[in-house]
Design a protein around this ligand. Structure first.
Ligand code: CA
Length: 498
């Protein structure tokens, strides 16, 4: 009896003339890929595998083209959807422009920009999380400045203004083709929102925004977004405070940057507290991880050599594989929140790449590229801040404006081509393997024989379980499932060949 050696998937398909159609992502059979991802058993079937791509429109204005991993130019939103991303997040600033119409940068993310991204997301089957900052530029724990237009309002007037603005903005997004599934009332609002810093006034702003979302669409989820999950007392304080003031919300969202925000087990634990105590959904609204420590645009990165690149909580390499590992790990940590109360994870600005690659350049050639980039950050608003932001934030953005501090945390290389790590968003459903395998060689002895068919039968009878590589080998008819047809096909194949 002649033994078959090195039987490849392609060879088998050709021999058997199989017509498997589209492979079902049942999760039973992993995919073969250049990154390895362990499958997650999601407790919530609609688990959000989301991404914030707020800067995309400004990048395109600056000439950036996004491409598939194979190098074909394609709409970023389609590339993301095809890779397994199922939800898009976009920030909204009320008026990120000075009186002459110059953009503050950071994507110049006004409502019109959000609408364009929202439509492109919907066109590719993805819902939108609208992230209202209720400011004219970046809002975070250190900055919660009210929009220029709201600066002289009383608390009561601001309450009404925030309600009206939220409702009219959501209707605008919907009318322009976005599929709004969730709304963030504020961004990283630990210490304040829209220029209000007292608990009772913050609660009024949250409630006004929430009411607007309810009046917009009862099915849209209301999310409140905070950060510093590593401070367990802070999370309890915030959730208790929201309860005390009877703020109506669905989702407690947090940022989770592993450089600063503690362990994954702590993340699961603090989110579980909110879920168990108050019955809320929880999620990570922002996370990211560097796939390299190199910079590619001339603006220093948040994570670089000697900066945020060490620490006990950094479990992953600074490679595309490490980036995928981080995303998978954060998703698993949120999925571990009991009773399906872990709603999902959004990756922050996964496409904020350079507008001109400075890699390998030095001296005058570097300076020339840097100056070109700088001009684009100013004119297209695709850096984190432009010089015009001094109009609103003179002490920080107005002084330290520049390019992307996260180009090494994107899922795209400097030329716009998708990195292998982008596939993590789909691969978490099926799992993926990187090892070579022989289709049909389930017992891994290097040959395909009748004993492999027997192994498949034992698996189907639940007498034994398979490793990921055994599963992919066992799916002999390539339909994404392992069942009796695989054993039968394999037997027929052996009969024909011998
Ligand atoms: Ca940079």
């Amino acid at each position: 009896m002649k033994l078959l050696k090195k039987l490849t998937a392609a060879a088998v398909s050709a021999l058997l003339m199989l017509c498997p159609g589209a492979v079902q992502a049942t999760g039973e059979v992993p995919v073969k890929d250049s990154i390895k991802v362990d499958k997650i058993e999601f407790n919530n079937p609609d688990f959000i595998r989301g991404m914030d791509v707020s800067s995309v429109v400004s990048l395109e204005k600056a000439g950036v083209t996004f491409k598939t991993g194979g190098g074909e130019a394609e709409d970023l939103l389609k590339i993301l959807s095809d890779s397994g991303v199922n939800y898009i997040r976009v920030r909204v600033w009320n008026d990120p422009f000075d009186s002459s119409g110059n953009g503050y940068g950071g994507g110049n993310n006004d409502l019109e920009t959000a609408a364009e991204i929202g439509k492109r997301a919907a066109d590719n089957g993805m819902k939108l999380l609208v992230d209202f900052h209720y400011s004219d530029f970046w809002a975070d724990p250190g900055k919660q400045k009210a929009p220029k237009e709201w600066s002289n309002l009383t608390v009561t007037q601001k309450e009404q203004k925030l309600y009206d603005y939220t409702l009219s903005s959501l209707n605008y997004l919907k009318d322009n083709g976005a599929d709004v599934g969730m709304v963030q009332v504020g961004n990283e609002t630990n210490n304040g929102i829209a220029g209000e810093f007292e608990q009772k006034n913050m609660a009024k702003m949250f409630s006004a925004g929430s009411k607007a979302v309810r009046d917009f669409d009862r099915n849209a989820l209301v999310a409140l977004h905070f950060t510093n999950p590593e401070k367990t007392g802070m999370v309890k304080y915030l959730a208790d405070f929201l309860n005390k003031y009877k703020v109506d919300y669905d989702v407690y969202a947090t940022s989770y940057y592993p450089y600063w925000h503690g362990s994954l087990s702590n993340l699961t634990s603090v989110l579980s507290y909110v879920a168990d105590t108050y019955g809320k959904y929880t999620m990570v609204a922002e996370t990211s991880y560097a796939n390299t420590l190199a910079d590619t645009d001339g603006h220093a990165n948040t994570v670089s050599e000697y900066n945020n690149n060490t620490g006990s909580d950094l479990l992953w390499d600074f490679t595309p594989q490490g980036q995928a590992d981080e995303v998978r790990s954060v998703m698993a940590a949120v999925n571990d929140v009991p009773n399906g109360k872990g709603l999902g994870v959004f990756y922050w600005e996964g496409a904020w790449i350079t507008v001109g690659d400075t890699t390998g350049k030095s001296g005058s050639s570097y300076t020339k590229q840097y100056n070109k980039n700088k001009a684009l950050w100013e004119s297209a608003g695709c850096g984190w801040a432009s010089s015009f932001s001094a109009d609103f934030d003179p002490n920080d953005a107005g002084k330290y404006y520049g390019g992307s501090a996260v180009d090494n945390q994107a899922f795209f290389s400097p030329d716009g081509k998708a990195l292998p790590s982008l596939n993590v968003f789909g691969n978490v459903i099926t799992g993926s393997i990187t090892d070579d395998y022989i289709l049909g060689d389930v017992n891994g002895d290097g040959t395909v024989t009748i004993s492999d068919a027997t192994e498949i039968q034992r698996y189907i009878a639940k007498i034994k379980d398979f490793t990921p590589i055994q599963r992919v080998s066992a799916d002999f008819n390539l339909d994404g499932k392992i069942n009796i047809s695989d054993a039968t096909s394999l037997q027929h194949f052996l009969v024909r060949v011998f």
